[in-house]
Design a protein around this ligand. Sequence first.
Ligand SMILES: C[S@@+](CC[C@H](N)C(=O)[O-])C[C@H]1O[C@@H](n2cnc3c(N)ncnc32)[C@H](O)[C@@H]1O
Length: 249
Amino acid sequence: MKDSGTQEHNIEENTSILYENEEFQQYTEEALRPGGLELTRKAVEIAGFPVGSRLLDIGCGCGKTAEFLAVECGMEALGIDISEELIAKAKARNSALNVQVGSVYDLPYGNDSIDGVLTECVFTLFEDKPLALNQIRRVLVPEGKLIISDLYIRENAQAFARLPMVTCINGITSQDVVCQEVAGAGFKLKEWHDETPVYKGFLAGLIMNYGSMSAFWESLVGSCDKACTIQNNIKKVKIGYYLSVWEKE
Ligand SMILES: C[S@@+](CC[C@H](N)C(=O)[O-])C[C@H]1O[C@@H](n2cnc3c(N)ncnc32)[C@H](O)[C@@H]1O
């Protein structure tokens, strides 16, 4: 049986979920996205959180960022994720992590109680962005920071045929659209960095690991035809990666 993450995305029972794929988790060493913890470190530095800040990682997956924030950065780190499977993995690796199952749409934290929120390769997965941003804004302290790092369309923005699986690629939009959505929800943009080189490095690693991008997609969707369709869809737009820091207005 699929977990609650599947229901959240309203997808068919047998559709694969990229970040719940074991081989993908091994390849990324459980930081399930481009950039890894180096990009997290950069984000924390840009946001300028003092040691001891109360930081919430939404869509924390296997808990690598929450662990990094607590152990390496001296923060009070919390994590929440819709996937029971990934939260179980996080707790199995480090039982001291303060992570729990839950959704961005109903955050179990008080108003004005969190100094900073991180969403790393998660924003594209939020189907109801106004509700997600409203919840994030509610829990952040005044002038609290929101970090969003994710995939985006750098060129050839156009309607994007959804891939037959759960992956961030399905939710990609342009920088303009991301900025309208987040600014429209009451956040001020502090910094936007294009981080496409880390995405390209991530793809290069996938090719080394799987042999080719077609082999990577085929391992997930189980058919050569579906893998080709995915490759052709992706070629239509130029995908990049960004890191952005926002402040609650
Ligand atoms: C690509 S993974 C990134 C995981 C983690 N941020 C990392 O960098 O390793 C996306 C994560 O978002 C979670 N997610 C998706 N929708 C969510 C929601 N509505 N609320 C909370 N988490 C969600 C997924 O279960 C998954 O763990």
